[in-house]
Design a protein around this ligand. Structure first.
Ligand SMILES: Nc1ncnc2c1ncn2[C@@H]1O[C@H](COP(=O)(O)OP(=O)(O)OP(=O)(O)O)[C@@H](O)[C@H]1O
Length: 354
């Protein structure tokens, strides 16, 4: 069999995006004004990890290329105001500006380029909820208020966030200029995951196949973790495994052999998105028997403010490492629920903290 390995890569945009017609149509409609020379409708794409937010946005950006100049910014990589605007500059100008350029010059050059080239700029801030709150406010404001600096500047903004309450974390000054249309991406159910994985095999494997049992085994595990990305990763490794052995059919044994490895890679990746403090809180949740958030906070009182602690819990929940819920126990109390086996999470944390 011939394997097109790039089809299983993180940033591969599939030929066909399944089960996301509603979101694709809605985003396309929001970009429509750009075809008539007006600003697009600002948007927030909200949903848990691996629900297709980035993929869908990249797909629609390609379709709207004639009307808007889309710049994709990964806020996990570009984490300062300067880095974010350097990325926008580079995309518009096609080269990197001189090092040490002041922010004001950088910003003005971007605004002027958009006006001179008669562009409509669309900035996509992926994982915008991972920016420090004040920075997210400032960046959004600078993009949407550019027309006050340079006449005729037109821009739209798309934020992508795993935090459903992201908008509420912005300050009033920002939300007065940014009232986005919220496009929600729900998690895929088992059948949907299976179908997406099946389609991926058709795109990526020529002259070979993955047996139904093997594919179902991967989909079951991906569904258990509620993470399609895990499924695609495991699929890639299973295909690689069979290919190495010179076989054309990927079977259950190929999947079994790589599941352990995929699971380790999956946890490692999730945990690498955490700061030291966040990893410490996660470790405490997966080590101790304490469940109420107030009791867990007691362990960190000397190190973390109350607000900071709850921000960390929210991030862990958004990354789907834990769930939280409330119950009545002499008053309404919030408690945490572990989502995975403790030994798996703890060994990934140990490795991360080494
Ligand atoms: N509907 C779909 N059809 C085909 N592939 C999909 C679909 N949705 C997601 N994928 C695949 O799943 C993986 C994760 O998707 P994507 O990066 O778009 O998710 P996301 O919601 O942006 O995740 P995160 O919030 O973690 O960044 C990618 O490999 C993507 O190709």
């Amino acid at each position: 069999m011939i394997v097109r390995y790039e089809v299983f890569d993180e940033d591969y945009v599939p030929e066909e995006i399944l089960f996301r017609d509603t979101q694709i149509r809605r985003i396309a409609v929001n970009l429509k004004p750009a075809e008539h020379g007006s600003r697009p409708v600002n948007m927030l794409c909200l949903g848990p990890p691996a629900t297709g937010k980035t993929t869908v946005i990249k797909h629609v950006m390609r379709m709207a290329e004639h009307a808007v100049t889309g710049v994709y910014v990964n806020c996990q990589v570009h984490q300062t105001r300067q880095q974010i605007f350097l990325r926008i500059f580079e995309h518009l100008h096609g080269y990197i500006p001189p090092s040490g350029i002041s922010f004001q010059k950088l910003y003005s050059a971007i605004l002027r380029n958009v006006v001179e080239e008669r562009r409509i700029l669309l900035v996509v801030l992926d994982d915008v909820n991972l920016l420090p709150a004040k920075l997210a406010d400032e960046v959004i404001f600078l993009i949407l208020k550019g027309h006050e600096e340079v006449d005729g500047f037109k821009a739209g903004l798309v934020g992508i966030s795993t935090d459903m309450k992201f908008l509420a974390s912005l300050d009033a000054k920002t939300t007065s200029v940014f009232h986005p249309d919220e496009v929600v991406f729900p998690v895929y159910d088992f059948e949907e995951m299976l179908e997406i994985l099946r389609k991926r095999v058709l795109e990526g494997v020529v002259g070979g196949r993955v047996s139904d049992e093997a594919l179902e085994m991967i989909a079951e595990r991906a569904f258990e973790y509620l993470d399609l990305r895990f499924g695609i990763q495991a699929l890639k490794m299973a295909v690689l495994n069979a290919d190495r052995k010179g076989r054309d059919v990927v079977g259950v044994e190929d999947v079994e052999e790589v599941l352990e490895q995929s699971r380790t890679a999956f946890f490692r990746k999730m945990i690498s998105a955490l700061s030291r403090e966040e990893a410490d809180v996660l470790a405490a949740i997966y080590t101790s028997d304490v469940r109420y958030t107030g009791d867990i906070y007691a362990m960190f009182r000397s190190r973390l403010s109350y607000t900071k602690f709850y921000e960390i819990l929210r991030k862990l929940e958004n990354l789907r490492l834990i769930d939280t819920a409330t119950k009545y126990d002499r008053g309404l109390k919030r408690y945490v629920v572990r989502r995975f086996r403790a030994d798996e999470v703890l060994s990934a944390i140990d490795e991360f903290l080494k």
